[in-house]
Design a binder for this molecule. Structure first.
Ligand SMILES: [Zn+2]
Ligand SMILES: [Zn+2]
Length: 256
């Protein structure tokens, strides 16, 4: 069996603090075979990771967490960035046209960024896109309090069940993980399409520590006080980072 974490955020997301190299190193340390960096409406981190992956003995699937009008959607195996702000059906169509597939992250929890049951069923019954949405997160460490609803509903839906870390800090990577027959990204895709993935639950105590650590790190990121090896050390806002800022942070983290 192979192991994957298909929902990880890097510093290219406005709300995360880990460089791509730090993600790859941690993913290798916790023995993941396949990962996807899925920044919010941003693919730079994902593409950078693909170029570096072989150094760390991993496979990286190109991905993004798209902000559809109806909630977040994790797109995998993409070539170009689907625009934010489209309907779920339009976004799935965009992903499908380029050979990608999608996972519904942290669904059915009534939060503004999460897909509703109505939206997911709409996609499932739409002949144009029903083969694009392949998975559903039954475990998302960031929204653990709502996961039970997703798990109950997922039993009745024909989607691969996925556990993801939704890591916004480096040491949460792999805390939510999905097993699949085989080892490679291609094997994983087959498992998603055949609904043979196995979500491995995270430890709840671990999840609470992650949230506390994320609050500390994102506060440091916003006010520029971080000084530990894998956090931001420059005063930056929550806006997307500039190329020069990312280069500076990366240089510092990679040298530590
Ligand atoms: Zn999300
Ligand atoms: Zn996310």
């Amino acid at each position: 069996m192979g192991t994957a974490d298909l929902h990880i955020h890097s510093i290219y997301s406005h709300d995360a603090t880990t460089t791509v190299r730090a993600i790859l190193k941690q993913a290798a340390d916790v023995e993941l075979d396949v990962i996807a960096i899925t920044d919010h409406d941003e693919v730079r981190g994902s593409l950078e990771a693909q170029q570096l992956a072989s150094i760390y003995g991993l496979e990286v699937i190109p991905g993004v967490e798209v902000s559809t009008r109806e909630g977040h959607l994790v797109a995998l195996f993409i070539k170009t960035l689907p625009p934010a702000g489209m309907s779920l059906i339009e976004t799935l169509d965009h992903i499908g046209q380029q050979g990608g597939i999608a996972i519904a992250p942290h669904p059915f929890n009534n939060l503004p960024n999460s897909l509703s049951m109505e939206s997911v069923l709409g996609a499932l019954t739409n002949s144009q896109v029903k083969d694009v949405l392949k998975g559903i997160e039954t475990h998302n460490m960031g929204t653990q309090n709502f996961d039970r609803v997703a798990r109950k509903i997922a039993v009745f839906l024909p989607f691969a069940k996925i556990a993801s870390s939704d890591a916004h800090i480096y040491w949460a990577i792999g805390a939510g993980r999905t097993e699949f027959p085989g080892k490679t990204a291609r094997d994983l895709r087959t498992a998603l399409e055949k609904n043979t993935t196995i979500p491995i639950p995270y430890e709840e105590e671990f999840s609470a520590r992650v949230i506390l650590s994320w609050v500390r790190r994102i506060t440091m990121r916003r006010f520029g006080y971080a000084s530990d090896a894998r956090s931001i050390s420059s005063p930056i806002s929550t806006k997307p980072l500039s190329h020069s800022m990312i280069r500076r942070i990366r240089k510092k983290q990679d040298s530590e």
